[in-house]
Design a protein around this ligand. Structure first.
Ligand code: FPP
Length: 247
């Protein structure tokens, strides 16, 4: 009996937790401050969740940091966010590497400009464990990402591959197609958390979240800290995942 319960506990830690970090602007406005102040405070929540996730044994933590749609925000806010991304990535990379946390950035990175894209690639390289072993955890930052964009870019690559491999058109499985998504080397999310009380997927991991559990929490992202992350894991442990089957 004890063995059985232990096994269940291990299974109940999600392998991949993904977060739609929402409510930074509202958090700032509620305090009579500019929206960007909420983004800066939101970085502290990212730090807290990275720590909580690594401590709990989560293997992949991903965050939706900037969507393709976010490019349509006022240029001052977009500029601030891009500067913040660069500062955070540059500032955190050593600490991530020391803790064996691998950083990956995924999205439509061609839109970022060559300097930021190059900084990102360098930061990713710095967090590859030097001994060739497994990282403790992988942190994925989705930047200039949208689910429809990902599926479309995958479809383009799939079509190009099919020119040389016509059998793909008849026989490709879902797994064969998923190899062209920018998440090809990542497991699908088990748990997607969205803060700020909004209950939408907002063009996030549309393909990958097909069977994810969703948790919507009312707190704004800058208020979502370690205890909230742990509470989310506890809520996940009580879910009954059936994948469309009967248990
Ligand atoms: C959503 O709040 C948040 C964002 C669009 C930006 C989130 C980015 C960070 C916290 C920086 C993290 C950086 C790294 C490198 C991980 P919102 O602006 O949509 O808030 P609102 O819904 O209240 O307007």
């Amino acid at each position: 009996m004890t063995d059985h319960m232990d096994t269940d506990k291990t299974v109940s830690i999600p392998r991949h937790v993904s977060i739609i970090m929402d409510g930074n602007g509202r958090w700032a406005k509620e305090r009579g401050k500019e929206r960007v102040f909420g983004h800066a405070e939101g970085v502290e929540s990212v730090r807290a969740c990275v720590e909580a996730a690594a401590e709990a044994g989560v293997k992949y933590l991903s965050v939706f940091a900037f969507s393709e749609e976010n490019w349509n925000r006022p240029s001052a806010e977009v500029g601030y966010l891009m500067q913040l991304m660069r500062k955070v990535i540059e500032g955190e990379v050593d600490s991530l590497a020391e803790r064996r946390i691998r950083l990956l950035v995924r999205g439509h990175l061609d839109r970022l400009g060559p300097d930021l894209a190059a900084d990102i690639r360098r930061a990713e390289q710095r967090t590859v464990p030097a001994d060739g072993g497994e990282p403790l955890m992988t942190l994925v930052v989705f930047l200039s990402y949208s689910g429809k964009w990902d599926i479309l870019q995958a479809a383009r690559k799939f079509a190009a591959a099919a020119v040389h491999q016509p059998a793909l058109l008849e026989e490709a499985s879902e797994a064969d197609f998923a190899r062209f998504l920018v998440t090809a080397d990542l497991p699908d999310p088990d748990l997607v958390i969205r803060t700020s009380g909004e209950q939408r997927i907002s063009n996030y991991l549309l393909w990958q979240a097909a069977y994810a559990e969703f948790l919507f929490v009312d707190k704004m992202w800058p208020d979502f800290r370690k205890d909230d992350f742990r509470a989310a894991l506890a809520a996940y442990a009580n879910r009954d995942r059936r994948y469309g089957k009967v248990k």
